[in-house]
Design a protein around this ligand. Sequence first.
Ligand SMILES: N[C@@H](CCC(=O)N[C@@H](CS)C(=O)NCC(=O)O)C(=O)O
Length: 251
Amino acid sequence: MPGVRPCRPQCRAGRGAERVEAQAGRPVPGPLTLYWAPTSPFVRLVMAAAHELGVAGRFRLVEATVENIVDVVSPVNPLAQIPTLVLEDGAVLYDSATIVAWLDARYGTALAEPLGGRGADRWRVATRTAAATGLMDAVVAERHLALQPDGHRPDGFIERLRARRMRVLGYLAGRVAPADAPVTTDALAAACALGYLDFRFPSEDWRGAHPALAEWFAAFGRRPSMQATAPEAPDAPPAPTAASAAAKAPG
Ligand SMILES: N[C@@H](CCC(=O)N[C@@H](CS)C(=O)NCC(=O)O)C(=O)O
């Protein structure tokens, strides 16, 4: 197909999947098309779930950047956000939790336990997943605001986001299942949120306040699905300084 290029060798997050150049307009029907970026924690959740299910290689990846995301993604998703998944028949799915639920429904039969949990537990899993993706939202917003020039940062709002982040860390600390328990969506989401916090704010010492969560994260992070999807952006510095290259990724 025109525009197909291999994943950058250093790009672990898209390993195993075909990548195609982003183009504005509706996607060409074909394999599952995932609008994607290597650093987005929401995308990572979808990719990690796909790795758990053994289907990451089925995606055709289209990279969204800050510059192209509206042109490329809005024809299929009015939110113009990633992850967005276009199915073989052209049906469109978002957001991250919806896509993971769909992957689980289609491919999860081989798992001992569904990613979304079983029975009454599925509502707990869904709610904890919402807490973890809410943590991602807060950290993505904090990072965006940290990149604003001096005098243009809304300090009160940043403080609210930080306070939310602290509360969610405390909430997750008491609720993650043991790292060797059957994997569920909330555990994947919590690990992706913590990984993103480390990636964008590496000097933040959340581990000191939450040693058990840190221990869980270290153990869970050894799963192949987490290793295969770790954010690794060659164009983004680790700290949220005002380097313009860091603004290329939407997350
Ligand atoms: N609730 C959404 C959030 C997705 C999201 O915020 N994605 C970010 C990338 S990390 C994005 O697309 N940002 C671009 C924008 O909002 O303009 C989900 O769970 O998928």
